[in-house]
Write a protein that binds this ligand. Structure first.
Ligand code: PEP
Length: 250
């Protein structure tokens, strides 16, 4: 059975002490321990947060990016081996902010996915259309292409380590979340693509998360949709109360 997952993507937020305090507050809150919680702080916080959460069986950590390279001569790069060595289990690949600010292409993302999977990291693969593609109704083709080029080269065993996050760009950080109908429509479409590429079992075992202004008010309705298995949470993951309330929305 597929997992319910809530990921907190801290992006480039929180100083060191603020990050530690946020984790302490999350850990002392009461939350549904059937949900898998993944914290994705910056690289600078990652080791500390992994240590703090290591004794909690349903809480783990994620990097926000990784290098696709194995070369040591890459100033500023962070390899998948380094990430794994900190006890981290996931890496987010293909977030729209990296696609747009760092010009990451589907083919480059495919290389990152390969690097992560071959080093036993689970991948949270992001896809999502911009507002123009939503308005001119080309978003299904666009998402199909992002997913096909980014992750459908994997075999079924490799693919079992992938979580997909549907994050419409127009909803990220805008307060303008997708309606539960809009999100469910795309999640069902993605699950059908997985069924066609792999099979029914793989499709029903894949967790597909929604991201884009998901908060403690709208999470319940979004998470009640049959193909929405949780959320990738940006802004609202920076408050322990809001984040825990989202986790408890299932
Ligand atoms: C994100 O950036 O992954 C995200 C979903 O952000 P927000 O929740 O702030 O829209």
């Amino acid at each position: 059975m597929r997992k319910k997952i809530v990921v907190g993507n801290w992006k480039m937020n929180l100083l060191r002490d603020e990050g530690v305090l946020l984790v302490k507050n999350i850990l002392k809150s009461k939350f549904n321990d059937k949900i898998n919680v993944v914290l994705a702080p910056s690289f600078l916080h990652l080791y500390k947060v992994s240590k703090m959460t290591s004794s909690f069986k349903n809480i783990t950590t994620s990097a926000q990016d990784c290098s696709s390279s194995t070369s040591n001569s890459l100033t500023g790069g962070v390899s998948v081996e380094m990430i794994s060595s900190c006890g981290v289990k996931f890496v987010i690949i293909g977030h729209s902010e990296r696609r747009s600010n760092f010009n990451e292409t589907n083919i480059q993302l495919q290389a990152k996915v390969n690097m992560a999977i071959s080093n036993k990291l689970n991948v949270i693969f992001c896809c999502g259309e911009n507002i123009e593609k939503r308005k001119n109704k080309s978003y299904f083709d666009f998402l199909k292409n992002q997913i096909t080029e980014g992750i459908f080269h994997l075999n079924a065993k490799q693919f079992s380590n992938v979580v997909i996050a549907y994050e419409p760009i127009w909803a990220i950080g805008s307060g303008n979340t997708a309606s539960s109908f809009q999100a469910q429509e795309v999640h069902e479409f993605i699950r059908d693509l997985i069924k066609i590429r792999y099979n029914e079992t793989v499709a029903s075992n894949t967790s597909i998360l929604y991201g884009g202004s998901c908060n403690n008010i709208n999470a319940k309705e979004l998470f009640s949709q049959k193909d929405i298995d949780g959320g990738l949470i940006g802004g609202a993951s920076l408050s322990a109360d809001n984040f825990v309330s989202i986790i408890n929305s299932f």
